[in-house]
Design a protein around this ligand. Sequence first.
Ligand code: NAD
Length: 260
Amino acid sequence: MQLKDKVALITGAASGIGKEIALEYAKEGAKVVIADLALDAAKATADEINKSGGKAMAVAMNVTDEAQVDKGIADAVAAFGGIDVLISNAGIQIISPIVDSTLENWRKMLAIHLDGAYLTTRAAMREMIKAGRGGSIIYMGSVHSHEASPLKAPYVTAKHGLIGLAKVVAKEGAKDKIRANVICPGFVRTPLVEKQIPEQAKQFGITEDAVVKTIMLKDTVDGEFTTTHDVAQTAIFLAAFPSNALTGQSIVVSHGWFMQ
Ligand code: NAD
């Protein structure tokens, strides 16, 4: 039980990577707060954890909405007595060449990935400082925090931005034993990626199989997808790490697609 009695709030935890982290954190003894736009799905994940003997609650949270973020964090603190781990994970993908893209979609992407990370960080840090027991903040970056791909300008911009935010949080948080790190997964077969496969096939005029083999997995060492389990194990390691020695870093989990 590496996270026994730690309170972890995970955004976007009703699906994909965030959901797997919630399930794995609960197995490690954490009390888990499932914060998501999709409240019914968040409640279903929380029920699954509670039925199997863990502790979880769902909160409705659009991470771009200041009031909802502050309320979600306050509700979590009221129910579970603090926040020890924040995982800023909620995200979407919209693909388009820059020349065909819209300002509206650019703003939407930056709002979810960057405003969301900022707002949840601010609210969680305030609680962590008040409680005086330190904390771990983990951002869900991507290989696209380091590397670029066509059609993904706002996503790549936002994911690079998370590394800057993590470094500042690492410096400002150190005196209160708050660490900040970024996990950078390669392609993981979640709904976010399943949606992209036909979209990229259309944009590039190639088959869906070719999207997987010649775009998504081309530069991995073994042609394998990263899994939600791989990412969740990394998130456990980062949250359980005992000192400020590991802060301000990004860890790439991508079957060698990107090597630092
Ligand atoms: P997913 O679509 O399975 O899950 C995303 C979740 O975020 C959903 O439950 C959705 O309701 C929630 N969400 C979306 N907008 C929100 C908002 N404004 N407020 C609160 N919740 C919101 O996607 P996923 O693949 O699990 O992605 C999770 C994170 O991992 C994202 O930040 C994504 O960029 C990142 N990531 C994914 C991959 C991949 O290949 N799947 C790779 C690298 C990084």
